[in-house]
Design a protein around this ligand. Structure first.
Ligand code: ADP
Ligand code: MG
Ligand code: ZN
Length: 514
């Protein structure tokens, strides 16, 4: 009695204080949003008559998104999403985003647009509101069937925009809204979209040529994995992965691609004549050759070269190898790679799957899954030469995903022999613990640990398996087709990578409601 009273008294003051601060924090955040809403009404006064702006639902580098209700004629209220673009956005960029929504949107899981308001440099795009889940919140509770439906609906959206010659360039969970209950989906955010050479979106052509001339400032902006604030803090040093170097093409090739811009030289990107560039180098003046190839120095000839500029917009961790290696010709295939990364997250239960602070680290991380030789080979096909200090083998995708998810059959077997007391452990607590631990670790290390866990019959992972044995939600019966499709999405070579249209016809979806 006394003891419990003591605990009570002990805990009371800090609890109260905590509540006070939490409330205070919430209040100041609320008043911040309130101010933002007031400012928006002031900036675009036309909104006042039509909308009641309720709350802020998204804040990114290029926009703030609000939930609002509109009074309909019939007397009922309709929920809308108001996207207020930052006033410094290029007018052409804004117009192109709008044109993507108006022409490709409103069908096949692509977000449509209702109205657009503008006053001076303030633009507000009004879309139907789709309430949606946070990917991270639901990742580990999704059934396998839900994942299959999710991917099917993502490909439907991608087939539609690719049909119009739109490359989205920022395909990731926060740009693909998912309402689990209603089974509704919507691809949003055409803020970084580009057109294919034959795009049906007229303004994407204009944006393209403009950004080429300007050296594309917008493209170099990195986006956060979570879509809102930038959580992209430097990841811990990557130990397992090999050190790699990207060898740039000869100057002649650069001139031919007409994508030169005078920018500061990045040391890790060296420009030399090399084996791959030989064809072009044959006609290359001798003065352009150098002798730092395959060394870790950068010679003065190379230092004086200009950096190759290629679009590299998007979110680290979702970038395709051809984006990471600055391949100047990028197609709709880059969106399919990103879809593959989402699929990889869904199958492995890990998000974000890749966390990298720079492009070459990201490429090294890809190598640890797809193999270094394979990556180098693929890069050759799009004219990039990659140097790598260490060879890492490709991994079997099923084995990898099952290990990370904890549904590995060989692990499960060894568990059943020695699980008696682990059954009574709080599986969830340990699982959460583990996740935090893994998330902060470089992926290579995670994989190594998981391998060790399996072989040595270690604890954490196995408890998870036993604890969840009652409802595996289909995760114990993932068909080979799933991994076959994943393999085709994560094809290192964009020329052979599966298209959205083909993906929808893949055997994995054979019995799905179309
Ligand atoms: P940004 O370019 O700043 O990333 P987005 O268009 O991706 O802007 O919108 C940011 C966030 O706002 C989205 O991740 C989503 O959570 C929310 N959002 C955007 N459009 C809608 C919508 N039509 N319905 C509901 N939420 C939306
Ligand atoms: Mg976004
Ligand atoms: Zn050199």
């Amino acid at each position: 009695m006394e003891a419990s009273l003591n605990t009570y008294q002990d805990e009371q003051p800090p609890l109260q204080a905590e509540n006070f601060y939490r409330k205070h924090e919430k209040n100041s955040k609320l008043s911040g949003v309130k101010k933002d809403i007031e400012k928006l009404y002031e900036a675009v006064p036309q909104l006042v008559k039509v909308f009641k702006i309720k709350e802020k639902i998204g804040e990114g580098t290029f926009s703030s998104v609000y939930l609002a209700t509109a009074q309909q004629q019939a007397g009922c209220e309709e929920k809308m999403a108001l996207k207020h673009l930052i006033p410094t956005s290029h007018p052409l960029r804004i117009a192109a985003e709008l044109q993507c929504l108006t022409i490709a949107g409103g069908q096949d899981n692509v977000m449509g647009v209702r109205y657009c308001f503008r006053k001076n440099d303030h633009v507000v795009i009004v879309m139907p509101y789709l309430e949606h889940e946070s990917f991270l919140d639901i990742l580990n509770s999704l059934s396998f069937e839900e994942v299959r439906e999710y991917m099917f609906n993502l490909f439907k959206a991608l087939r539609r925009i690719h049909h119009f010659g739109i490359v989205h360039r920022d395909v990731k969970p926060s740009n693909f809204l998912y309402n689990r209950q209603l089974k509704e989906y919507a691809l949003v955010d055409f803020g970084l979209a580009q057109g294919t050479p034959d795009t049906k979106i007229e303004l994407l052509r204009v944006v393209q040529s403009e950004s080429q001339q300007e050296g594309s400032v917008h493209h170099s902006v990195q986006r956060s994995v979570f879509g809102e604030r930038n959580f992209n803090i430097h990841s811990s040093t990557y130990q397992e992965s090999p050190t790699i170097k990207l060898i740039k093409q000869s100057k002649v090739m650069d001139v031919a691609s007409r994508k030169l811009a005078t920018k500061k030289k990045i040391i890790s990107t060296k420009a030399v004549n090399n084996g791959v560039a030989k064809k072009a180098a044959n006609s290359c003046p001798a003065i352009l050759t150098c002798d730092c190839y395959a060394t870790d120095r950068v010679c003065s000839v190379c230092l004086s070269r200009r950096q190759q500029v290629a679009p590299r917009a998007g979110t680290p961790g979702f970038r395709a190898p051809e984006v990471l290696t600055k391949c100047p010709t990028q197609t709709t295939a880059i969106d399919m790679w990103s879809a593959g990364i989402i699929f990889l997250s869904l199958l492995s239960g890990r998000y974000p799957f890749y966390k990298a602070s720079d492009d070459l680290t990201a490429l090294a991380q890809i190598m640890t899954i797809r193999g270094s030789r394979e990556t180098i080979q693929a890069a050759k096909t799009f004219g990039k030469s990659v140097l790598c200090t260490k060879e890492v083998p490709a991994q079997d995708l099923r084995t990898l995903c099952e290990r990370l998810r904890g549904t590995n059959s060989s692990c499960a077997k060894s568990t059943s022999d020695m699980h008696t007391n682990s059954l009574y452990e709080p599986a969830l607590a340990i699982e959460t613990d583990k996740k935090v631990e893994f998330a902060s670790q470089p992926l290579g290390e995670q994989i190594q640990r998981l391998k060790n866990n399996c072989h040595e019959g270690d604890n954490g992972l196995e408890i998870k398996i036993t604890g969840k044995a009652t409802d595996l939600k289909g995760w114990d019966r993932v068909p080979d087709e799933a991994y076959d499709l994943l393999d085709k999405l994560l094809d290192l070579n964009p020329a052979t990578r599966i298209t959205a249209k083909e993906a929808l016809l893949h055997h994995f979806f054979k019995d799905i409601r179309q």
